[in-house]
Design a protein around this ligand. Structure first.
Ligand code: DGJ
Length: 552
């Protein structure tokens, strides 16, 4: 076609959009098939890195995932209506929902993605983004979400066998047909998403769920034994900087666990690569954790999983996986912080795709974001009246949503600023440490002191801490001497580090909001009793403060 006689209307316009879209994400066919969205040539969600800091880019801008994961069996069409209202009450911007292999490929080779389409449609109606969880070969170390045609052909799709020859409730990663079947299904899912989601409602896909083995350390099936008799693959020894040798020679007492991890990770890499070749969304795996201080030895924790001791192995084995993410169900402050430290790496963006949903976990959102998390999501907060907390299912509709809703309501309006700040390194954040009622964070010119359990009025007293320890603060640097402060149950003050001997003088402490366009709307200037003793952040009102200071 000659461009000189091509008016930019109708077919030519569509063609141009298609070419643009193909350049952006290879979406031409899907846009043509959906005339209403042909102009939505949105960039693919992507994880970007700057000096070891990360952001999830959505529509080309940093996006902070304030998420919630639904219960395992809540993603069926008849139950989705119990998911969205909880997400809305929580002020979440993203819902994590499983896609069940047994549902989408009930008959081998016949794919039915109508449930995926429904999830996409309803998520858009509720203005939620999605993270989809591929419940494929592995779900919590077992293979319970595989279709019946897999479960009924165990010769072809085998279980792990232990050293006594007994089967373990975990899929063997040594079956070529199993791998092919999962690759085929995951490829089909990603191909479908590419066509069905030009809006980029889906931000990321989790490949499998908490892969690994419970109740055994490694597979002793015939194929596994052949592999174990071989030297450790060169890619692994080279990647870890070790000397070549057998599994026992290279890894000693951890040989069995490392062997299992390598073969699970390389299996998942092949599934991930097959899907990514169709549609290049960020992909991740999630980990059932071992105790970060007293890990013990597999099988005390899930063997072969992306536990903290095997993160580098997973990086080497699975380059199609953008990140390895911890599911943090440890409510102990020191353990939570240690897990964050272990998974936040220069080569691994921090994402907490599952965390506990009881009140004790809610304040950890501050530390997670303060440590650069691209997302944080409590597990199982929907209205299906099923709870993995001992407080019972009834509480899910009322009290269980409140603690997280309180934090997300405060943070949702500034989520894009927080995501950008994390990429730029201008955020500090802390959650209350029950053992230490005063915390400090440093900026270039200022040291911020956060105290917990202080009254609103008066100073000179020692902080007592909150009971329970439910405080937390995020501070975003807006300029050399200007900050945005958000938090609950805490007092914040600053001292100048650039001017020794001088003290902080408030120039202006504005309380206000960001409107839907991201514009700051000042509501009042705080002064007098409201600032003389520091910035007191209670939880009965969601207070955002813009603070400018000088010294005297
Ligand atoms: C972790 C798993 O990844 C979830 O799917 C769910 O089973 C929770 N555990 C339950 O606590």
């Amino acid at each position: 076609m000659n461009s000189a006689n091509c008016k930019l209307t109708g077919f030519c316009a569509l063609l141009l959009l298609c070419v643009l879209e193909m350049l952006v994400a290879g979406q031409c066919l899907s846009a043509q098939a959906k005339p209403g969205v042909a102009s939505a040539a949105r960039p693919l969600p992507a994880i970007v890195e700057r000096d070891g800091r990360y952001a999830l880019m959505v529509d080309g801008k940093p996006f902070l995932m304030l998420g919630v994961q639904a219960n395992n069996s809540s993603a069926w069409p008849a139950y989705l209506h119990k998911v969205w209202p909880a997400a809305e009450t929580l002020h979440a911007n993203t819902v994590e929902l499983p896609i069940y292999w047994e549902q989408v490929e009930a008959t081998q080779g016949k794919f039915d993605f109508s449930s995926v389409d429904l999830i996409l449609r309803q998520a858009r109606e509720h203005k939620m983004r999605l993270v989809l969880l591929w419940f494929g070969t592995w779900k919590n170390g077992s293979s319970h979400y595989t279709p019946e045609w897999i479960k009924l052909d165990q010769a072809k799709y085998p279980f792990v066998h232990n050293d006594k020859g007994e089967s373990v409730d975990s899929p063997s990663p040594f079956s070529a047909p199993f791998l092919e079947a999962d690759k085929t299904a995951f490829r089909a899912l990603m191909r479908h998403l590419k066509a069905a989601d030009p809006e980029r409602t889906v931000l990321m896909v989790q490949v499998e769920n908490e892969a690994g083995v419970w109740g055994g350390v490694r597979d002793y099936g015939a194929e596994a034994q052949k592999a174990f008799a071989q030297p450790v693959p060169k890619a692994l020894v080279d990647g870890l900087g070790k000397q070549a040798g057998s599994w026992q020679q290279v890894f000693g007492e951890f040989a069995d666990e490392t062997f299992q991890a390598w073969y699970i990770a390389t299996y998942i890499e092949q599934v991930a690569a097959a899907g990514k070749a169709e549609y290049a969304l960020p992909l991740y795996v999630n980990a059932a954790l071992r105790d970060p201080f007293h890990p013990g030895k597999a099988p005390q924790y899930e063997s072969g999983a992306p536990t903290d001791n095997n993160i580098e192995l997973w990086k080497i084995a699975a380059p199609s996986i953008s990140l390895v993410a911890p599911d943090i169900y440890l409510s102990d402050y020191a353990k939570y912080m240690k897990v964050i430290e272990l998974y936040k790496r220069k080569n691994n963006p921090l994402l907490i795709p599952e965390t506990g949903n009881s009140a004790a976990f809610a304040p950890f959102v501050y530390a997670a974001i303060g440590q650069g998390a691209i997302g944080w999501a409590p597990f199982g907060l929907d209205l299906t009246r099923y709870s993995n907390q001992t407080s019972g299912p009834e509480s899910m509709e009322s009290s269980a949503l409140k603690p997280v809703a309180a934090q997300f309501e405060l943070l949702a309006p500034i989520a894009p600023m927080l995501a950008k700040g994390n990429l730029e390194g201008t955020i500090r954040g802390t959650s209350e440490n029950p053992e230490n009622h005063r915390q400090g964070v440093d900026f270039e010119r200022w040291h911020a002191v956060i105290s917990y359990g202080m009254p609103s009025f008066g100073n000179g007293m020692e902080p007592k801490g909150n009971s329970p320890a439910n405080g937390g603060v995020l501070i975003l640097q807006l300029g050399p001497d200007e900050f945005l402060v958000a938090g609950h149950h805490a007092r914040v003050d600053f001292t100048p580090t650039f001017a020794p001997g001088k003290k902080r003088l408030w120039l202006k402490v504005e309380q206000g909001r960001y409107d839907a366009t991201g514009k700051w709307k000042s509501e009042r200037i705080l002064n007098g009793d409201q600032t003389d003793y520091g910035l007191n952040l209670k939880a009965d009102e969601n207070v955002l403060l813009k603070v400018r200071m000088t010294t005297f």
